[in-house]
Design a protein around this ligand. Structure first.
Ligand code: ADP
Ligand code: MG
Length: 632
């Protein structure tokens, strides 16, 4: 705590909130006023997590549960005092934990949260849960919060009292607490009295917390004898243990929000109980939007792991491959030992077979999503497409299925949206066409306007337009689909005779005049190119550059260079459209200087329109000017 200023009086300390926590608090107090009830979801969710943690730690400390084994969350409202208190008998916190969990937000999430604020309070309040800053949401409805907590294993006199009015500071003080766990007391703002109303609070609990495995109890109306008992308000049965047909879509969605900290409903889910050799239940969700940290490789990901209904770990990443890291949910195993650790998970053969079965479930789910709703699948693809593409390299066994899930832009529509599947493409292939064609470029427009497409457009042959950063890398794994090879239109010898017919003049290059020009251009270009040939690719442009079959692609080359790596030299082939008027100019040029200028310009034009860029831009300008002014 760098900016904490301890002022110790006996054991009471006043500490400063960490800067970002302070900003967040200000926001809670002043700006968030729609959908205020979500604070209760956040606090119940924390209490439920605390019970999960206790159950887990009690595996090593049986005595912790012994005297107080019925884990529960209790809510007390007092409409006169205008308070609502949420209590649990979960793990509790010691003094250090209170200070660090409730005073500092170490997570990178907070900064990201602040960045994502839109100024629209409705949207902003929905963001709260997603970024894991849930506790502070209490200040949406309260102007003062007290937390009284006692960590499991500590004495009654070692409890901690935390208090804050959301100013820059909070206090912590030692206190007495008879039982283990945490009580959060909210002193409601004047305009938030509704949250001290028994009926109102019950309905919120039902709405958000039915799926929570721990009972959430509230006081039942006083009995005849005056004694008031507590009764559960929620169903208190772990959602995934219930029968599918008894669970409503709303319940599935609420549960998703609980496990994922997401505020938007998921696109799809798959709930399965597996019996036989290994017994487990999985409930897997496809989110509707990507988390901000999807591409941070070291960020926590994975499923919540339970063993026989006991919570074991968050972020159990062993159950799905990396390219499915966006999937959220739970897996509950009957076979794993309760004391399973991350290390043990790594080694367990049970995990391997669960992982491949669950990978197939996810692929099933995505295939169903694609066939049920093009629109929803498109949402999925726009959010997670680039991650799914990683699967082509990572998951050899499922390559064909993953390929079926890919979506591309293509010349069919000539629009940037990636919404065409390979199956769509194959369905539109021309009778004599046996190959799936694609072009790669760093921008959609560069792909769409690539000169390499000219002959394809002329004959109505569709070409996939690839412009994602990882597409060149992708096609090195995506070599065929449905028995049809994929081919780069900017690479190698292009055999288009099947659909374009044989070339009119079988061997232009042998033609004396032409052979002569080609030779002269080759000389003029020196080692800029590996060869100069007549083309079959072009119908409008004068020239284009073509890569050899084995050469590294342009994007890959630029990416490696940017990363400071050595890239093997490779020289392109210049292909020339002999029917273009510039060639007539070239053939007619008697002055060798003009000829050279024109030849190099031809090369530079081809480089520019192919998105390669120029090695000598100033030289290009001089050459152009010489020709424009006729001064050569
Ligand atoms: P998150 O739940 O995403 O971690 P919160 O802001 O909701 O973020 O809570 C911050 C932390 O405070 C929790 O991670 C937990 O360590 C601690 N905490 C909050 N409520 C409780 C509770 N009822 N019992 C024990 N610890 C709690
Ligand atoms: Mg929380």
């Amino acid at each position: 705590m760098s900016n904490a200023t301890p002022q110790e009086t006996s054991n009471k300390e006043t500490l400063g909130f960490q800067t970002e926590a302070r900003q967040l608090l200000q926001l809670m107090i002043h700006s968030l006023y729609s959908n205020r009830e979500i604070f209760l979801r956040e606090l119940i969710s924390n209490a439920s997590d605390a019970c999960d943690k206790l159950r887990f730690e009690a595996l090593d400390h049986a005595d912790w549960l012994a005297d107080d084994a019925d884990l529960a969350i209790t809510i007390d409202v007092d409409s006169e005092a205008k308070t609502i208190a949420i209590s649990d008998n979960g793990i509790g916190m010691n003094r250090d934990e209170v200070i660090s969990h409730l005073g500092t937000i170490a997570r990178s999430g907070t900064a990201e949260f602040m960045k994502n604020l839109s100024g629209d309070s409705k949207k902003d309040s929905q963001l709260i849960g997603q970024f894991g800053v849930g506790f502070y949401s209490g200040f949406i409805v309260a102007d003062r919060i007290e937390v009284i907590t006692r960590r499991a294993g500590l004495a009654a006199s070692d409890a901690v009292h935390w208090e804050s009015d959301a100013s820059a500071e909070f206090t912590v003080e030692r206190c007495e607490k008879a039982s283990r766990g945490t009580q959060v007391i909210l002193h409601l703002k004047d305009d938030a009295g509704e949250f001290a109303n028994d009926f109102r609070v019950r309905s919120i609990v039902k709405k958000y917390s039915d799926h929570i495995a721990v009972p959430v109890k509230m006081k039942s109306p006083a009995k005849d004898d005056g004694a008031a008992g507590y009764e559960p308000v929620n169903q208190a049965k772990a959602l995934w243990t219930r029968a599918k047909q008894d669970i409503s879509d709303e319940e599935y969605q609420e549960f998703y929000k609980h496990v994922s900290h997401d505020y938007e409903a998921p696109l799809s889910w798959s709930h399965n109980r597996v019996e036989g050799k290994h017994e487990y239940t999985s409930l897997l969700y496809v989110p509707s939007h990507a988390p901000f940290d999807l591409y941070h490789r070291d960020v926590a990901r994975g499923l919540k792991l339970y063993v026989q209904r006991t919570f074991i770990l968050d972020d159990a990443e062993q159950f799905l491959p990396l390219y499915l890291r966006f999937i959220k949910g739970v897996v509950d195993s009957n076979d794993l030992p309760l004391n399973v650790s991350r290390e043990l998970l790594q080694e367990s053969p049970v995990i391997g077979s669960m992982r491949s079965a669950m990978t197939k479930r996810v692929l099933d789910m995505l295939e169903n999503l694609a066939s049920d709703s093009t629109e929803n699948y498109q949402r999925f693809w726009n959010e997670f497409g680039p991650v799914l593409k990683e699967g082509m390299a990572e998951d050899h066994a499922n390559r064909e299925r993953i390929a079926g899930l890919l979506r591309f832009a293509s010349t069919h529509l000539d629009l940037p949206a990636q919404d065409q599947s390979l199956a769509d493409y194959v369905g539109r292939m021309k009778e004599n066409q046996s190959v799936i064609y694609y072009v790669t470029a760093s921008q959609f427009n560069a792909a769409k306007n690539s000169p390499h497409l000219e002959v394809f457009r002329k004959h109505g042959i569709e070409v996939l337009l690839l412009s994602d950063r990882i597409d060149e890398w992708l096609v090195s794994y995506l070599t065929e689909f449905d028995g049809k090879a994929l081919q780069d239109v900017g690479r190698g010898d292009l055999d288009i005779s099947a659909w374009a017919g044989e070339p009119e003049k079988p061997s232009d290059d042998a033609d004396d005049d032409r052979a002569d020009v080609l030779k002269k251009i080759r000389v003029a270009l020196g080692d800029r190119v590996s060869d100069v040939k007549t083309t079959r690719r072009l119908t409008g442009s004068a020239a284009c550059l073509v890569l050899g079959d084995q050469d590294m692609g342009l994007q890959m080359r630029q990416m490696l260079k940017a990363a400071g790596q050595d890239v093997p030299e490779s020289r392109p082939i210049l292909e020339i459209n002999m029917d273009h008027a510039l060639l007539a100019r070239l053939q007619a040029a008697n002055d060798p200087v003009v000829f050279d200028d024109l030849a190099v310009l031809l090369f530079e034009q081809a480089a520019l329109s192919g998105g390669v860029g120029l090695e000598d831009p100033a030289g290009f300008v001089q050459r152009t000017n010489r020709l424009l002014l006729g001064s050569a």
